[in-house]
Design a binder for this molecule. Sequence first.
Ligand code: ARG
Length: 458
Amino acid sequence: MKLWGGRFTKETDRLVHNFNASISFDRKLFRQDIEGSIAHATMLAKQNIITDSERDLIVKGLEEIRDEISEGKLEISQEYEDIHSFVESELIRRIGDTGKKLHTGRSRNDQVALDMKLYIREEIKETDALLKNFLTTIYNIMKDNIQTYMPGFTHLQKAQPITLAHHMGAYFEMFKRDRSRLTDAYNRMNLSPLGSGALAGTTYPLDREYSASLLGFDGPTLNSIDGVSDRDYLIELLSALSVIMMHLSRLSEEIIIWNSNEYRFIELDDAYSTGSSIMPQKKNPDIAELVRGKTGRVYGALISLLTTMKGLPLAYNKDMQEDKELTFDAIDTVKSCIVLTDKMLSTMKFNKDIMAASAAKGFTNATDAADYLVNKGVPFRDAHGIIGQLVLTCIERGISLDELSLADYKAACPAFEEDIYEAISLTACVNRRNTTGAPGQQAMEKILKHYEEYLSRH
Ligand code: ARG
């Protein structure tokens, strides 16, 4: 059951049919295929290439096919090569010869390019909506934790005290950028390839601007060869999806660390963790691990498509059919990872006492102690050395900087006074940091207001 049997005298080998066919996966595009065909038929009638009554018959037939597939009444038969062949053949079966006029001035090459763009546009919108929900979850955690102290890390070593709000704010920024990358990709790809034909346009007086506007595109693509052979938009999408996964994976990694027996910064909700079949005490962060693991799969899709495209001469080549399964899989993977991470994050508990106690240990206030001396007139390099020695003393005695006596401080440098204790308290260390983007309460409140506006505007 082919659209192109005319030139052939022999049946296609079964293995060849199966190898060549894309219907097992491009069936996902039936709605988009029909939407595109309706726009094409509408344009053909407007240009008097078909009559209005032919258009009506075609449109009605296509709508029925779409509805019946949606309702499960019409099965997409694997006997066809692809979804385009199935829909067209089914239309002809239903309305007869008029159905044969639908493909006037069109090729499967511009048809498939259009279908994919229509599909991707919807998926970008859905992914963006999921990211927005996720950002709202992050925002809520931030709002509740302006005063939740924790150590900030570099090299996975305690560095300076921060707050949970500040830490989560870093993820807010990442996922905010991810949304804007998706929007960029959307805006750049939103041009219609319909009417490009096989590669060289057509001799019919098609109104490409009109069909583009019917489908909500900003206009038609401006080169028919590019129209059928461009897959940049998929590569851009896969690249944006890869960055999303990289961000989700970093967050997952932190959740795994924070959930470990050694850290215990968080408690995962029972509904979002799993047990061990042998070790009864276990509560494992499988969701976070899977999200981290699935990142490889999405990167794989990006590299795979880049590699598929790199050697292709213009214009369409069948290699490009390989764009579909991996793109569908990457999108589905990313969407489920966002949803699961969102749920995991919004249900987990933060052990605030443990986080604060951890921030209080590990000399996260050493920089502030040095800054204290600088404020008393000691040059920073000297102050750094003095505090370094005091840290060494503390390590030897197994205590923290707050626990040194004033006599110890004065012995190290006479500039120390009683107010050193206030200066290196957790609250002071965090809340004196009020430059834009810093963890101090004032700075944080400003950023939260900004995020609130962002969430209401975008
Ligand atoms: N299944 C094909 C694809 O996904 C549709 C386009 C087929 N075009 C062709 N000239 N064989 O790329």
